[in-house]
Design a protein around this ligand. Structure first.
Ligand code: 4AD
Length: 442
């Protein structure tokens, strides 16, 4: 490959440059603009070259005429070549975003090689070149929306007086007690990638009362559904002195806050991705609450064949939620279906003080939460009943020895939340580099 940087002579900071989104506006008509970006589409004839230029914000059509000294350079570009252009803006209703630039200067930054992504390629191929496919219009906009969704989740929790705390990703035991953990070699000892930061968030409430961890969780579940990742981002708030009723109330207010704010502040962005902003503005708490038994009943009326004691999988949750417009809580799951740390409901023996929040339109579970067992002896019995190694949980049991308090918390799967909010078909599009059962490259 020849040196791609040959004509990158002038050093200009981005502040001397415009962003496309800012100039798609009548105020700039007739004005000189300067843009840096990548060739999104390219069409050349003997008289004109049309370049659709893209940057992080949008696309704009640029035209180079045959009498320009830059005509040959403009003809000789690839999709995704990086360029800098200067020119004058005019309105043109035929152009993709309504404006066009008459190019006066074109500076090639890197011509590169022919871009491997063309139309109609298989999903598998696009996943193989995910590092390049990220630049696609849809993934770019989803990444942008993901940024705001996380910003608003944090903003909500900050306003509610939470502190963000970190937790380790390498642990000695699985937080959810199950077998679905990734084992690693930790200097000759067995260790695991964390399934959840919850137990560490519980330790931190004795310092800061209301905390949250936002970190990856790892699940070695052999699931091939459209909503399972082996590595996902997990938001886990934990609150001292909260019962499960208060826990559910903060969850629904948080979901409402983030949906409404996205609809209000980023309506055109979510619309481009395929979600009507009015839908997000219409998410209103309180959400309906039904018990596990009621949920089984409802699912069976809708065509499922569930027995008491069965857990809801992706298919059952789809059936249960496909016609809903608002999220719904399922409460009081049988203790044996849930993790060892959950408190039992004294008014409903054998059932946990817990809830799953299911997103409507078939998306299914986005949050799992519960009141935690806070008594030392009961928790010790639970650990033994669940055949967990007491030694691995000694530190966690300590939390119940020294000034234990009732507390609750929940975990929201960031990508599941994004999948619902943006109405994505598959969870893998909610994260730039998805880890699924059959893929961990690139
Ligand atoms: O219901 P889960 O397993 O609960 C916990 O991990 C608790 N420790 C949370 C807590 O109370 N702090 O997981 C919580 C959420 C689910 O509701 C779902 O949104 C998401 O994590 N999740 C997944 N997301 C993507 N891929 C997977 N394989 C997921 N497994 C769970």
């Amino acid at each position: 490959m020849s040196d791609p940087f040959i004509s990158f002579q002038r050093k200009t900071s981005m502040s001397e440059c415009n962003h496309i989104k800012d100039i798609l506006n009548d105020e700039f008509i007739g004005k000189k603009v300067k843009l840096k970006g990548w060739v999104y589409r390219h069409r050349a004839s003997s008289k004109l070259v049309f370049i659709i230029l893209r940057d992080s914000t949008d696309v704009i059509q640029c035209v180079v005429k045959s009498d320009s000294e830059f005509f040959e350079a403009a003809k000789d570009l690839y999709i995704e070549s990086s360029i800098e252009i200067e020119g004058t803006l005019r309105k043109d209703d035929r152009a993709p975003t309504g404006y066009e630039i008459d190019v006066e200067k074109l500076n090639l930054i890197c011509k590169g090689e022919p871009f491997p992504v063309t139309k109609d390629q298989s999903v598998e191929f696009l996943l193989d070149i995910r590092h390049l496919w990220l630049r696609s219009m849809k993934l770019t906009r989803i990444l942008e929306a993901r940024h705001y969704i996380i910003e608003y989740l944090r903003e909500f929790l900050d306003k509610e007086g939470f502190y963000e705390v970190p937790a380790p990703l390498i642990t000695k035991s699985g937080a959810e007690g199950g077998s679905e953990v990734f084992e690693i070699d930790y200097f000759g000892e067995k260790a695991y990638l964390t399934q959840s930061s919850q137990l560490y968030a519980e330790a931190a409430i004795f310092a800061l009362e209301k905390v949250y961890v936002l970190a990856p969780s790892f699940r070695a579940e052999p699931s091939r559904t459209r909503r399972h990742l082996a590595e996902y981002w997990h938001l886990e708030p934990e609150m001292a002195f909260y019962n499960n009723k208060m826990n559910m109330e903060i969850q629904e207010r948080m979901v409402e806050y983030v949906c409404n704010k996205m609809g209000k502040e980023h309506g055109s962005l979510v619309k481009k991705i395929g979600r009507d902003p009015e839908y997000l503005l219409g998410i209103k708490s309180p959400f309906e609450r039904i018990s596990y038994e009621e949920a089984i009943d409802r699912a069976n009326k809708l065509g499922c064949k569930m027995k008491l004691g069965d857990d809801f999988g992706a298919d059952e949750e789809y059936i249960l939620t496909k016609d809903l417009k608002q999220p719904i809580f399922i409460t009081d799951f049988p203790m044996e279906l849930k993790a060892f740390y959950m408190a039992e409901n004294p008014n409903n023996p054998g059932h946990a003080l817990c809830s799953d929040l299911l997103a409507p339109e078939g998306h299914g579970e986005i949050i799992g939460g519960s009141e935690r067992e806070w008594r030392y002896e009961v928790l010790m019995d639970r650990i033994k009943e669940n055949k967990l190694n007491v030694k691995d949980y000694e530190w966690y049991l300590d939390l119940r020895k020294y000034g234990s308090v009732p507390h609750s918390g929940f975990g929201l799967g960031i990508e599941r939340f994004i999948k619902w909010m943006l109405n994505l078909k598959h969870i893998r599009d909610a994260i730039p580099f998805p880890r699924t059962i059959n893929r961990f490259y690139p």
